[in-house]
Design a protein around this ligand. Structure first.
Ligand SMILES: C[S@@+](CC[C@H](N)C(=O)[O-])C[C@H]1O[C@@H](n2cnc3c(N)ncnc32)[C@H](O)[C@@H]1O
Length: 206
């Protein structure tokens, strides 16, 4: 009898990788977004979505399908995405710390961030950088979301997590951390899910 050396969860991830390949998604990360979307009802037909850290592209593939051609998806990443997309899905190379939304960019309904730093192996450094990315995602969300909009941002859980969650709770009607079942078992990643941006949290764009 053949035995899997992988743990059940690792095996499930391997299966997710195979499934993503079969379903033509750029990464198995898509199943984390699907899980979050099903649970928190983040994406809908016609929505405008900004996806931070979009490479290799599975979240913008999924979001593009969910919002359909009546919506719009813009993905940003340090690296260029090489897939082709329908006209309502765009992607640009940009560093979120340098990118600012132009004053004439219409508001978004959803901001997603699956951004992760290049890991250094030093856990403290990686966590601090990940917290910086999640904080930047929230700052951008406050600049581009319409009141009532939603934000999902990944963060490696560490010392600044409580403070970040507090900021999400201050900015949204409802906010909570969510650990996706499709995350690797060894991962400390959490998604901060904020629903319903408070009008008082919106920030005028520079
Ligand atoms: C886990 S990947 C995202 C996977 C993506 N959600 C998908 O499903 O294909 C994290 C991405 O965050 C991007 N990233 C990290 N720092 C960034 C920054 N300052 N600005 C833009 N993107 C950044 C990385 O380049 C990397 O491609």
């Amino acid at each position: 009898m053949t035995r899997h050396r992988l743990s059940d969860k690792a095996h499930r991830h391997d299966a997710a990788y195979q499934r993503a390949k079969q379903e033509n998604y750029a990464a198995r990360a898509v199943y984390k977004l699907e899980e979050i979307d099903k649970r928190f009802h983040i994406l809908r037909q016609g929505a405008r979505v900004l996806d931070l850290g979009c490479w290799p592209g599975s979240w913008i593939q999924y979001a593009g399908d969910r919002v359909t051609e009546t919506g719009y998806v813009l993905g940003l990443d340090l690296k260029p995405v090489v897939l082709s997309f329908p006209a309502h899905v765009e992607h640009r190379v940009a560093d979120v710390f340098e990118w600012t939304p132009g004053p004439d960019l219409p508001p978004f309904d959803v901001v997603l961030s699956d951004m992760a730093p290049h890991t250094t192996g030093d856990r403290h450094t990686d966590v601090v950088r990940s917290e910086g990315l999640a904080e930047r995602a929230l700052d951008i969300a406050c600049m581009v979301l319409r009141p009532g909009g939603h934000c999902v941002a990944k963060v490696f859980q560490g010392g600044g997590f409580g403070e970040l969650l507090k900021r999400f709770r201050a900015s949204f009607q409802e906010a909570r951390p969510y650990h996706a079942k499709n995350s690797r078992s060894t991962s400390t990643e959490q998604y901060l899910v904020g629903r319903g941006l408070k009008a008082s949290a919106t920030v005028r764009r520079p």
